[in-house]
Design a protein. Structure first.
Length: 112
């Protein structure tokens, strides 16, 4: 199963230009409901998990990793390896599986 590891950290001092953002965007996926989210923090070397999405205003979504994991526990272990977990947090969300839902992903009908 695929999981998105969403990296929330304090907002940086400077922001990339719209051109830089366009150049950095490589891929995206639809995420499952926020009810499926698990937030991971590493405090004093201990991995702490909380059910549900992360939602505080001082930290923002800075990026994500898309990983293949056997289950939520393995995805949490990957999230704990991300440096941002030490000064922010990582939200773990299952990626919506279009095939299981009997739907085609956007662009599939066009041969993409």
């Amino acid at each position: 199963m695929q999981y998105a590891l969403l990296i929330y950290t304090p907002e940086p001092e400077s922001q990339p230009s719209p051109e830089e953002l366009g150049a950095q965007m490589k891929a995206g996926e639809a995420l499952d409901s926020v009810a499926t989210a698990t937030t991971v923090r590493v405090v004093d070397g201990k991995t702490i998990t909380t059910d549900g999405p992360f939602a505080e205003t001082k930290e923002t979504l800075g990026g994500f990793y898309l990983v293949e994991a056997a289950d939520l526990d393995e995805a949490i272990a990957y999230a704990a390896m991300i440096p941002g977990a030490r000064y922010g947090c990582i939200e773990v969300r299952p990626v919506w599986d279009y095939v299981i839902q009997g739907l085609e992903p956007a662009g599939a009908a066009a041969g993409n």
